[in-house]
Design a protein around this ligand. Structure first.
Ligand code: 87F
Length: 508
């Protein structure tokens, strides 16, 4: 991929000057050509990800971690308003405690990673690495909760978890170790728990739609797809048009009293009577970054929504011919300073061993929303040239209006990315009524909205009938926003009376 460009380039005074070899930039794969290869290339070339020598594990570089930090800053402030407290529980869990959850852990068991040795000696008993922290936390909930005055208990932790997946690992999307926040809460009443499930789901929608500019549908999971340990599961679901696959963006579960029973988490109510608590758990992960990359990236690389861009504006000097390089450097410097002063994340690329053209490609690859070019003509006219990453638009802006104009442009890019993604997603939605329409839509990579009888057996049957190389179809969610369901509408798969509209499709 990385071939080198010729060594000589014109220097400042028109003389031929040796410039350090520049690595050629660019993407070998196209988004509409080979999507999988394109995605790997984008996350690596944009310097978000470095591959690691353990399959399914990736190095998250600053360009990814800074996005994660921006999301975290928003989410953490919001949950603190909801009285969530920060905790950190250990990474390890004993077999004994993990097994307390054995009913629903059964299906997950193959993904649990174990520590069996220290140095050369076998541990007395193997210790599991947390795949999620219910079993780590809830024995202590049982200890800490005594009376109704101890409720609600609201814990959140930001941490890593390990799930030893075997199917096709993909950076951010499916990795064996990932970062997340996990919220675990306990209430005296179901009403309080129900309310929180939706408050958190709304925050997840905002992460995707307002920050990552990715449209999602809020809805409820089917009995087959819900978290088996809980009462009901809600989620935000995104869709990747290129692969025709749905992808779960985040989940917010009401656990009911199942874990309270298992872990004996009870409280004495005002009347002195023992009751079991009502619990929730919820999480979003670094997968969200991958969904954003897939949604907005293009053939030049990453495209970042301004709200999550570590650098929103990159300033590049264009000192060609006999230009006054000192004055240009000064203008770049003061442009960055002015923007930073107004809270805009701006930086300049001062490297002298790269040409302006190389820098343009480099920062396009990294998806920076705005590029400011400053050359001799701009200097003379007291203006700068601004280039938008999303649509390539170029505008010349008087320096006096700089901050306002940059704010307007960043805002427009944020809105346009969301709007474009929403239009693309909506164009993939297909309402179907019959099995034939369903299979055709599935083959056409559609996000299918179908009338369904909501029976588990029927979902199993659909899975079985659509099994194949690309994976079976399943329900993604039943969206809260339901179109009208006319009396007498039949289930597309069973022919029984339909109870609801649900999203179906292949998924990640
Ligand atoms: C993998 C191995 C072992 C998912 C697993 O969604 C256990 C599990 O319990 C497991 N994969 N799950 C379900 C996780 C449920 C729940 N946990 C807290 C969440 C949100 C955060």
């Amino acid at each position: 991929m990385s071939t080198s460009k010729g060594g000589a380039a014109k220097g400042g005074g028109g003389k031929k000057k040796e410039v350090k070899k520049e690595t050629k930039l660019g993407m070998a794969y196209k988004k509409d050509g080979n999507f999988g290869e394109w995605y790997s290339e984008v996350v690596v070339n944009s310097e978000m990800i470095e591959y690691y020598d353990i399959s399914g594990c990736y190095i998250l570089r600053p360009w990814a971690m800074e996005i994660w930090e921006l999301l975290k800053e928003f989410f953490d402030a919001e949950i603190k308003k909801l009285k969530l407290k920060p905790y950190y529980f250990p990474l390890f869990v004993t077999e004994n405690v993990l097994q307390k959850e054995k009913d629903h852990i059964e299906g997950f068991a193959p993904e649990v990673a174990w520590v069996t040795k220290s140095g050369k000696s076998e541990l007395e008993a193997p210790i599991a690495i947390r795949p999620t922290s219910e079993t780590v936390m809830y024995p202590y909930f049982s200890k800490w909760i005594r009376s109704h005055r101890d409720l609600p208990l609201r814990c959140n932790q930001w941490c890593n978890v390990v799930r030893w997946e075997f199917s096709n690992p993909t950076p951010f999307i499916r990795s064996r170790e990932f970062l997340w926040q996990e919220g675990h809460t306990a209430f005296a009443t179901k009403e309080e728990a129900d309310e929180e499930v939706l408050q958190i789901l709304e925050l997840y929608r905002r992460i995707y739609e307002e920050f990552l500019a990715v449209p999602v549908s809020k809805g409820r999971k089917s009995e087959m797809e819900k978290f088996a340990g809980g009462l009901y599961t809600t989620s935000v679901e995104a869709f990747i048009p290129n692969t025709g696959r749905g992808i779960q963006g985040a989940t917010s579960h009401c656990l009911g009293q199942n874990f309270a029973k298992m872990f004996d988490i009870t409280f004495e109510n005002e009347k002195g009577v023992r009751e079991m608590v009502w619990q929730n758990s919820w999480a979003y992960t670094t997968r969200s970054i991958g969904v954003m990359v897939m949604t907005h990236g293009d053939d030049k690389g990453l495209v970042l929504p301004p709200k999550v861009a570590p650098i929103q504006v990159i300033v590049i000097a264009v000192p060609y011919k006999d230009a006054d390089t000192t004055a240009i450097k000064g203008a770049c410097e003061s442009t960055v300073y002015t923007l930073n002063q107004s809270g805009i994340r701006a930086d300049q690329d001062t490297r002298e061993n790269y040409s302006p053209g190389w820098k343009y490609s480099h920062w396009e690859m990294k998806g920076v929303p705005l590029r400011i070019e400053i050359g001799p003509k701009d200097l003379a006219n007291k203006q700068v040239r601004i280039v938008c990453r999303d649509n390539g638009a170029k505008v010349d802006i008087p320096v006096t209006n700089l901050v306002e104009e940059v704010k307007v442009l960043l805002d427009e890019i944020q809105k346009n990315l969301f709007k474009t993604a929403q239009e693309k997603r909506d164009a993939c939605v297909q309402v179907i009524k019959t099995w034939d329409e369903f299979t055709t839509a599935l083959n056409n990579k559609r996000l299918i909205l179908a009338p369904w009888c909501d029976e588990e057996e029927v979902e199993k049957d659909v899975k079985a009938r659509t099994k194949g190389e690309l994976g079976a179809a399943k329900t993604l969610c039943t969206p809260f926003e339901q179109p009208e369901l006319p009396e007498g509408t039949l289930c597309f798969a069973s022919g029984k009376p339909a109870k609801k509209w649900s999203f179906w499709g292949r998924s990640y």
